[in-house]
Write a protein that binds this ligand. Structure first.
Ligand SMILES: Cc1cc2nc3c(=O)[nH]c(=O)nc-3n(C[C@H](O)[C@H](O)[C@H](O)COP(=O)(O)O)c2cc1C
Length: 406
């Protein structure tokens, strides 16, 4: 049965009703999307990270997502970032317990940055589907060998297994935003002529091998949720028609839900965010003089700005809704209860929020009590620059608080 003819389980407003993703029961339909917190000094979860997610859980969301954990050191995008290992489990258990104690579930995003991994953070030449120069990290990648590919599959499997041991309820596998698995899917970054490149079937081979391995390790125990691109956001990248086939194939492979997104960090990083480009703030947080100067001079040329509108991914997400039956998690431009209700009414089972929850972690509780209809996030995106500063925060809100104190 296609999404269009679906016999919907609920009618009307179900934002605050319980839902289910595979083995996981969730108390409502609101999820905090993966948003890299920048709270991992020395690559370990800090007490600020624990408090960040505890506060989100206390604010009433059904599930939070601990963001961007690399499955191996070659997959890092920042120096101070987690690489999943046995050694991290005691710290990660503190995070999951804090979230569980507040009555919410806890997911972790697992990924590999591939060709745009930070060469300084990984101390090696980044590897990807093909040899490519990446202006984002100013590095030339090397093409992955068969043995690299097999290691990546095993690394994702082990990372998922360790996530289960750490008490996570779900694993979000990063298949989007131009990360390694998305680089294999994208004709722009995958120029291979072997069985890992060329046709969509070949480009899907690595992402599917990873998904199968993760399901083998934790399927049925943890919800397995790929985050996919509906489009890479530039011509020559993955486009919606192929992305719908990707979604349908993942459904056949038994994943529990999909997060629908778009954009490519190394080419169109603000496609997934929309709104203003915080060039000044990004320059201030850059450590290398070359990147600082490059960003100052060329920031607006290198990084394209996309106009923000509410529910900016909804048109494409509707096409996905019609293409598959599994639970879908809508993300992109949700800041109000009416937008959430619309997403539910259009047949999406869950809604994920980034910036609105950075601004107002107590959003669900306040909406449920009828105290809040929307947050006035102005998409200045200064929270994004804060990832590389002292950790994400809503700069606008902090400015307002400071002004009120004066
Ligand atoms: C500060 C910040 C950090 C982000 N980090 C990640 C990340 O680590 N992984 C990811 O998949 N998406 C990341 N995103 C994108 C969000 O998951 C989401 O797709 C985007 O913010 C759009 O949702 P929103 O309109 O509700 O903010 C980040 C977004 C923000 C604002």
């Amino acid at each position: 049965m296609t999404g269009e003819g679906r016999d919907r389980e609920f009618d009307g407003n179900k934002v605050f009703e319980p839902g289910r993703i595979g083995p996981l029961d969730l108390k409502n339909r609101v999820i905090r999307t993966a948003a890299f917190e920048g709270m991992y000094p020395g690559g370990r979860p800090s007490s600020r990270l624990v408090e960040h997610h505890r506060q989100l859980a206390a604010g009433g969301i059904a599930m939070t997502t601990v963001s961007y954990c690399a499955v191996s050191s070659m997959g890092k995008t920042f120096g101070d970032q987690m690489v999943m290992s046995q050694d991290l489990l005691p710290d990660l258990r503190v995070v999951t317990k804090a979230v569980h104690d507040e009555g919410s579930a806890c997911s972790i995003q697992l990924g590999h940055a591939g060709y745009f991994a930070d060469k300084h953070a990984i101390g090696a030449t980044p590897m990807g589907a093909s040899r490519l120069f990446n202006t984002y990290g100013m590095a030339l990648s090397r093409p992955m060998t068969e043995s690299d590919i097999n290691s990546v599959v095993a690394d994702f499997g082990l990372a998922a297994e360790l996530a289960a041991e750490a008490g996570f309820d779900a694993v979000e596998i990063h298949l989007g935003h131009g990360y390694l698995l998305s680089q294999f899917l994208s004709p722009y970054t995958n120029r291979r002529r072997d069985r890992w490149g060329g046709s969509l079937e070949n480009r899907l081979r690595l992402p599917l091998a990873v998904v199968d391995e993760v399901r083998k390790r934790v399927g049925g125990r943890l919800a397995v949720i790929p985050k996919i691109n509906m489009t890479d956001g530039f011509s020559g990248g993955l486009e919606l028609d192929e992305a719908l086939l990707v979604a349908a194939t993942l459904e056949e492979h038994g994943v529990d839900a999909l997060v629908l997104s778009g954009g490519f960090v190394s080419k169109t990083p603000f496609y997934m965010l929309r709104g203003k480009l915080p060039v000044k703030e990004m320059v201030a947080t850059q450590k290398g003089w070359l990147r600082k100067t490059g960003l100052t001079l060329f920031g607006r040329i290198l990084v394209q700005e996309y106009e923000y509108r509410d529910l900016f991914f909804l048109d494409m997400a509707r096409r996905a809704r019609h293409a598959v039956d599994l639970p879908l998690i809508y993300v992109g431009g949700v800041t109000s209860l009416s937008a959430m209700e619309q997403v539910m009414d259009e047949g999406f089972e869950f809604v994920a929020l980034g910036r609105a929850l950075i601004m107002e972690p107590d959003l669900v509780n306040k909406m449920e009590r009828g105290e809040l209809e929307s947050v006035d996030c102005d998409h200045c995106n200064r929270c994004v620059a804060e990832m590389e500063n002292n950790g994400i925060r809503c700069v606008t809100m902090d400015e307002r608080r400071a002004a009120a104190d004066v």
